[in-house]
Design a protein around this ligand. Sequence first.
Ligand SMILES: [Fe+2]
Length: 216
Amino acid sequence: MKTYLLIAIAFCNSWTACGQKESGSSEEGKTKVGGNCEGCEAIYESPVPFEKLHWTDTLPDFNDPGPKLEISGIVYKKDGKTPAAGVVIYIYHTDQKGVYPVKGGEKGWDKRHGYIRGWAKTNDKGQYRFYTLVPASYPNSNNPKHIHPVIKESDKNEYWIDEFLFADDPLLPEDERNKTRFRGGNGILTTVNDNGLLKAKRNIILGENIPGYPAK
Ligand SMILES: [Fe+2]
């Protein structure tokens, strides 16, 4: 199948604003948290029903040429101590050319997010894990390479947390490195090469710096 490449910057003026933070979406009767988020509803396009999601997922690009990446961690409740089970995490990112690739015929948010996306649901220990490739930054830009995550807790609407970024990325801005307030915890990854697989950990704290998130 012919692969068409969707130029990311056609839709994304900045790496932190790609398809997020604009229009609202919410579920009736649920607590609205996280502010507005255009594109967060893409989490509902999971090819697997939420109840059947596994805690680990391999994205479609994993066996393509490129730096192989394993991201894993534990999702904690707002207290930062209690593992949170059953939390759905949706991620998407660019390919090795820095674009969100499409194949043609997309009908949903995959038109903008591309096909390199994945879904996982934390297990009883709060664990999640993704296998994918380290994305490339947008073409001809100073945007750091990044992976967009969206969170869905069963009793709340979907909301975005800070992107996964890479500590060894020369394009990662200094102010981002020095940031102290992260949505959902620090997303800057430090990778360790384990026989060709770059492994990185990120724990996520639900509600951390998320507007409207209940105190308890
Ligand atoms: Fe992006």
